[in-house]
Write a protein that binds this ligand. Sequence first.
Ligand code: PBG
Length: 322
Amino acid sequence: MFYPRYRPRRMRENENLRRMIRETRLSVDNLIYPMFVVPGKRVRKEISTMPGNFQQSVDRIVEDAKDVYDLGIPAVILFGIPEHKDTLGSGAYDNKGPVQEAIRAIKKKVPGLIVITDVCLCEYTSHGHCGVVKKGKILNDPTLKLLAKEALSHARAGADIVAPSDMMDGRVATIREALDKEGFTDIPIMSYAVKYASSFYSPFREAAESTPKFGDRRSYQMDPPNSLEALREVSLDIDEGADIIMVKPALSYLDIIYRVKKEFGLPVAAYNVSGEFSMIKAAGRLGWIDEKRAMIEVLTSIKRAGADMILTYFAKEVAKNL
Ligand code: PBG
């Protein structure tokens, strides 16, 4: 009988051996925790579609940010829900808006925590789209000025990194120019460079109250079957000055994460989005899967594909489990 000389099973025999040759190790260093800021005081409302995640007022966000930092998580990303929405999303660039107040409060109480802000209009517009709307169309160029205003107001409040997620063409260059003009040359841009029009965002839209009132986002977010287009999006954003490239969602797009990392070598962030989180939570609650193991397996696979940073609603749970 023939026995191969190399038997892979030899090295899988016990956990200590497996531990020594493990190629990918998920670390708390890789995590970014998304948070939702709302107006008011002492508000902490659980998001029904995303158990364990909350809409919180600034006072509560600060307490939570302290916990996040104490768990060793290096960064958070803030999303805001304004008091009023209007057609031009003016709450997005209101210097007294919930996100701006939250940035100031966090930087005061937890200065070491990196505060990233999501730069987009959809949470602030009455129609729920990520840009200026005219006759049912989402206009690109008029939106750029508003995004630059929003990014600037975040920077002035003390944001460490801005992350445009709107998918308008040319936004990275416009934001870079606006930041540089005011002396914010050291604030990196984390670009949602490759953002697909995905079904996996729906739990988030409850959290951010940002479901479009008409149509969908397919005229600006990417078509899921495309990958060469993803590479074009990335090279455009790098030319425009992006410092970190994001791929979103993560799980159905591991091939994109891999290719982007391989071809461009820049720091890559992957967004393990709300639907990816909620599926595991739901199946875990039904007893259909082992939630903790699934969480670690999924996040490790995102890192193995090439992500340096992972935005995930599991961040706090993972940090406690690592
Ligand atoms: C805003 C934005 C969205 C997400 C992040 N930024 C929603 C969307 O594009 O509809 C989704 C995050 C998630 O699902 O976890 N444009």
